[in-house]
Ligand binder design. Structure first.
Ligand SMILES: [Zn+2]
Ligand SMILES: [Zn+2]
Length: 149
């Protein structure tokens, strides 16, 4: 439990922070562990609930550092409801999000091979028309969750 994220992940996050002149401190390592084991996007309050030894101010600052270092991705879902997850290229799983405009909840939405196949065909047309070369995509569905609907 002390190191659920694994050494390879920590090495990669450490390397990214080094490239941004940031240190991979114990507090930042702890956040990566929490995000890796949560398997869902976490708000800052979720993080504080999961580990009450963490101070809000340092969690906020460390998430911002990890985000600008490219290790953490921030999902915006309305005022004060930012969710954080590991950057997708640090994980094995590709997914999309369902974002509730009313309560700010964010749910992962696992896609099928068929779904991704259709998406990449459609995005291939966009790339052909625009001359843009994409190596990844992300999109979120915005709307109303079951609880709020
Ligand atoms: Zn909702
Ligand atoms: Zn996709």
């Amino acid at each position: 439990m002390s190191d659920p994220a694994g050494d390879a992940l920590h090495r990669e996050v450490g390397a990214r922070l080094t490239r941004h002149d940031q240190r991979y401190t114990r507090g930042r390592r702890r956040l990566i562990d929490l995000l890796a084991s949560a398997r869902r996007p976490l708000t800052m309050n979720d993080v504080l609930d999961l580990d009450d030894s963490l101070a809000q101010s340092s969690v906020y600052r460390n998430l911002a550092v990890l985000e600008s270092g490219g290790a953490v991705h921030r999902i915006h879902s309305g005022d004060g409801h930012a969710h954080f997850e590991l950057a997708e290229d640090l994980t094995e799983d590709h997914h999309h999000h369902l974002v509730c405009r009313d309560c700010g909840s964010v749910f992962d939405f696992e896609t099928t091979t068929d779904f991704e196949g259709s998406v990449s065909r459609l995005l291939g047309e966009v790339q052909a028309q625009s001359g843009f070369r994409a190596d990844a995509h992300r999109f979120d569905l915005i709307g109303t969750c079951r609880e709020c609907g």
